[in-house]
Design a protein around this ligand. Sequence first.
Ligand code: AKB
Length: 343
Amino acid sequence: MSKPVVLVTGANGEIGRTLLQRMHQDGLYRVVTVDLTPLPEKYRGLCLETYAGNIMDRYLLDQIAAHHEIEVVFHLAALLSTRGERDPDLAHQVNVEGTLHLLRMAQNQSARLGRPVRFIFPSSIAVYGVASVEAKKSAGRVREEDWNVPITMYGCNKLYCEHLGRYFTENFRQLGALSTAARLDFRSLRFPGLISAETAPTGGTSDFGPEMLHAAAQGLSYKSFVGPEATIPFMAMPDAVTALVQLLEADRAKLTKTVYNVSAFSESAGQIADRVRAAFPGAQIDFEADAVRSKIVDSWPEDMDDSRARADWGWKPAYNVERAFAEYLVPTIRKRYAQASTR
Ligand code: AKB
């Protein structure tokens, strides 16, 4: 019996690369990928098939679906919050139109298979829009239904796609005679800022955390675009991938929600800077707050209440901030740049 096929979009991105390694280690699925940029050989070798292309290309998606019996979709491709503010139209096209193309393709696949394709969608802390820094302070760890008033195109896109996924799962073509088997099994989680030791981030507003670390590891100075007091929740990338895989394998009957918060540790930019300086003595980190990017970060909650994810599907981060720095971020990033310097 051949292993089921998983489609990963945005496979060459921060989450995608770590997910490919994890899927390979777990050995439960064959992986097909699509990304704008070709996968490096190190990752291509982990996949059944890789496609370089755009999720806006419906013909490409139909081709992929015709060649592979896709049972699961991890839809990671997205334009993040800062990039989305520079080109809101493109962000809407990729984040919403592109997601709709994927949902349609997966729904057609469910109809062909006679059972729901599981569609795993990473949403974001960006769907929240807390009214002020004072309100952020008093709001503390927000629940999924609180403050859903995003102030970025990316946050709007992610919130709308959560609703689209729920629609495809519960009400798609409700006036037609569509069997539930032909619907989707959409599952989503809202990530905090993610910190990967393997890849430097691009286009995000939570990037100040990982950017500080990657700069220090390369002996580069860094100017933070938010002030030292800016605080949001973060998560080490291995935990983010664990959350995606755990949600995929969770018993549908135990899921009381379509969208879950997940979180690991809440840190300010100043606290992260102190940890980076402790790991890389002499690291030059300054703060020069950009008003707009600070406003975006200030609209995101200090932390997210992930008690529903813990109760429904056993979510529990392996890395608190101390362990993340000591056992994952610093040793891995040191090795990464040491290897890079010998190339
Ligand atoms: C971003 O900063 O846009 C992303 C996110 C928080 O979803 N990293």
